[in-house]
Design a protein around this ligand. Structure first.
Ligand SMILES: CC(C)(COP(=O)(O)OP(=O)(O)OC[C@H]1O[C@@H](n2cnc3c(N)ncnc32)[C@H](O)[C@@H]1OP(=O)(O)O)[C@@H](O)C(=O)NCCC(=O)NCCS
Length: 175
């Protein structure tokens, strides 16, 4: 773990830094565009764009956003929180930054009484935080994504009646 690592919400003036960090971590501009596409919309969660700071440098970022949960007949049931993108500066990966961001995101979701978190991600990374195949709790993906990558984490406010087909906010690519 890096010394003096702080996790806190992004400040308004940090949008460009967050964009550059995502571009660097992913080596392409797609994820940074997603973050910018959600910023300022009703999918943006107040306090849900988290940055990891060490010294005065922002070294990691995680976005929580509001997706949708639909019934089988297409009726909107409710909003649900989605995790991603998660990004850590290439030179500082594998030192606990991503884990610290994930733990803070889970804590925020818990505090805000969210029943679950959903994500599409690396099969070997997210289970350590408790994420498991989302289909097993009745949360279907919008596309036929593999169980290994389409995951959900149940939180204390979860109830088995919360089931349906999830969809990421419109700023995410539709594939
Ligand atoms: C994935 C990512 C956010 C993890 O953050 P991090 O700070 O490097 O991770 P941590 O130090 O908290 O955790 C390290 C663990 O994550 C694993 N890990 C790191 N990158 C990984 C990846 N791309 N796939 C699977 N596991 C990964 C490491 O193997 C290590 O596992 P171990 O503890 O069993 O050795 C970061 O590596 C990153 O920004 N990668 C590029 C962008 C990306 O792929 N984002 C995730 C999209 S789902």
């Amino acid at each position: 773990m890096l010394e003096s690592l702080t996790i806190r919400p992004e400040r308004p003036e940090e949008a460009a830094v967050v964009r550059a960090l995502n571009d660097a971590a992913f080596g392409e501009p797609i994820e940074g565009r997603i973050v910018d596409g959600i910023r300022g919309t009703d999918r943006w969660i107040e306090g849900g764009s988290l940055v990891a700071e060490t010294g005065r440098q922002i070294v990691g970022h995680l976005l929580l956003s509001e997706g949708d949960l639909f019934a089988d007949d297409g009726q909107l049931l409710r909003r649900i929180w989605m995790v991603g993108p998660v990004a850590v500066l290439p030179g500082l990966q594998r030192q606990g930054v991503g884990s610290a961001l994930m733990r803070a995101a889970i804590e925020l979701a818990r505090k805000r009484q969210q029943p679950l978190l959903c994500l599409l991600g690396h099969a070997s990374y997210y289970p350590r935080f408790g994420f498991a195949p989302a289909r097993t709790i009745g949360i279907e993906p919008p596309r036929p994504w593999p169980d290994l990558n389409w995951m959900a984490l149940r939180l204390p406010a979860w109830e088995p009646t919360i089931r349906g087909v999830a969809r990421f906010p419109p700023a995410f690519p539709d594939d």
